[in-house]
Design a protein around this ligand. Structure first.
Ligand SMILES: Nc1ncnc2c1ncn2[C@@H]1O[C@H](COP(=O)(O)OP(=O)(O)O)[C@@H](O)[C@H]1O
Ligand SMILES: [Mg+2]
Length: 451
């Protein structure tokens, strides 16, 4: 077009020059015009080339933005939307023309608005927003959870002119993971409750044994108190006689009759015995309280021998068919640990042994404890049926039980194993060559002797 106009103008000039005389001047003018014209053509060509590459760049950016699965929102310095990509249109369910100019917070749900309003502020303060989880209000008011990063947008002079938000929908997997996490938490809670109920069930089974245990000291406290009452009245009677006008000989006779000398020598051991009985009752109640408590225990020093004896007594005394219990222990064995938990483990092991021995000939349970290096090792063995090899790996699993519903929970060994592990110990099982099972519990002694 420019070319066509150029040619006809030049032709006209040449005609005018030929008509009007001084040819040289006109030739010069024409040459100048030619030059100007060439320059014009050149800059036009350049302009067209620049335009084409600009369009190409524009199309390229458009195609990149369109191909992005992440959402992109460019905002101005007032946090109004200036540019969006197709992913945002798809997720938000709004067209580009609806979104442009809108305050960016409006595309997010109410709970996310505060966080999004703070983005610009953070950026102005020189901060960064990364991996912030917010919800977009999507089509039909459905929410789309996205994880966004936000960076400052600057002009060619480096002045802050807005921000760019890039976000990735938190995928199905992540959502599923969260749901799984919640379910897991619920399961842990339920499991915790189950552990408590297992403990309470064990306690229920033990009550008869504990009652029997309490009965012994209580009955001898009673016996002693009756004797002390008798002794008291004899002494009172004798003292009253001393204050009367009885002769010395008469008093001697009365003293013999009332066995005052025996009474006086008996008082100290009787009081001692009564105190011992009361202390025993107190200890049993303390053990019971520790057993039933759900509170966190702190390590304490105690005699492991007494602990196994009490635990076994509680179980065996509650059994209808009482197996013989053989203790193979030193006289005392001091250790430091979680006494209540240890008691519970031994109770569980002895209870299992007693359960399996119900229909056995000459049932016995052999319980030993000894120091082996830095550990205290407890062994609970029985002459029951043993554990079939295909079950031996399963018995520590939660809910594994071979007992009828209502009898077994399948949690006893699971709980025991976990308690042993938490104390830095271990609980294992093996079948004895001569028949029956043997459980071995190893617990760090945690005391000076062990060091
Ligand atoms: N001494 C044992 N002899 C034979 N089997 C045992 C013995 N101790 C435990 N078991 C087996 O391990 C299973 C799991 O025991 P446990 O976790 O205490 O749960 P529960 O006693 O409620 O069944 C028992 O049901 C039983 O089959
Ligand atoms: Mg059990």
């Amino acid at each position: 077009m420019l070319d066509a106009i150029g040619k006809s103008a030049k032709e006209q000039l040449r005609l005018q020059v030929l008509e009007g005389g001084s040819e040289d001047v006109w030739i010069e003018v024409i040459q100048k015009m030619d030059e100007v014209y060439t320059e014009l053509i050149q800059s036009q060509t350049e302009l067209e080339a620049k335009n084409a590459s600009l369009e190409e760049a524009h199309a390229f950016i458009g195609s990149v933005l369109g191909a992005m699965t992440d959402i992109l929102v460019a905002c101005d310095a007032d946090a109004r939307i200036q540019q969006v990509n197709r992913a945002l249109e798809t997720i938000s369910g709004r067209r580009e023309h609806e979104l442009l100019g809108m305050p960016v917070v409006e595309i997010f749900d109410a709970e996310s608005k505060d966080a999004v309003s703070g983005f610009l502020h953070t950026i102005r303060a020189g901060g960064q927003v990364s991996e912030c989880e917010v919800s977009l209000v999507g089509c039909g008011q459905q929410k789309a959870l996205i994880s966004v990063n936000c960076s400052p947008r600057r002009d060619h002079r480096g002045k802050l002119v807005g921000m760019v938000i890039v976000g990735r929908p938190v995928g199905e997997l992540r959502r599923a993971y969260r749901e799984l996490d919640v379910a897991h938490q619920k399961l842990t809670q339920t499991q915790q409750q189950l552990l408590v109920s297992e403990k309470m069930a064990a306690l229920g089974r033990l009550v008869a044994g504990v009652a029997h245990e309490l009965n012994n000291p209580i009955s001898f406290v009673f016996g002693n108190m009756y004797a002390l009452r008798r002794y008291g009245s004899a002494i009172t009677q004798y003292l009253e006689a001393c204050n009367s006008d009885m002769s010395r000989d008469e008093l001697q006779v009365l003293r013999r009759e009332l066995k005052i000398d025996k009474v006086l020598s008996d008082i100290a051991p009787l009081v001692e015995g009564t105190l011992e009985g009361a202390e025993r009752v107190r200890d049993i109640v303390q053990d019971l309280r520790r057993f039933s408590s759900n509170q966190k225990e702190t390590p304490e020093s105690f005699n492991a021998v007494r602990l196994v004896q009490t635990a076994a007594d509680w179980v065996v005394k509650a059994q209808r068919v009482k197996p013989e219990v053989r203790f193979k222990t030193p006289d005392t064995l001091e250790m430091t640990g979680l006494k209540g938990q240890l008691h519970q483990i031994i109770v569980n092991l002895v209870q299992n042994a007693a359960d399996v021995l119900v229909d056995c000939q000459d049932p016995f349970i052999e319980i030993s404890c000894a120091r082996e290096g830095g550990e205290i090792v407890f062994r609970v063995a029985d002459n029951g049926t043993g554990i079939p090899e295909n079950r031996i790996d399963k018995i520590f699993e939660p809910f594994f039980t071979t007992k009828p519903i209502g009898t077994g929970t399948g949690l006893g060994l699971y709980v025991s194993y976990n308690m042993a592990m938490k104390q830095g110990g271990d609980l294992t099982v093996a079948n004895r060559p001569e028949g029956g099972a043997e459980f071995t519990l190893r617990i760090p002694a945690n005391d000076v002797a062990a060091d």
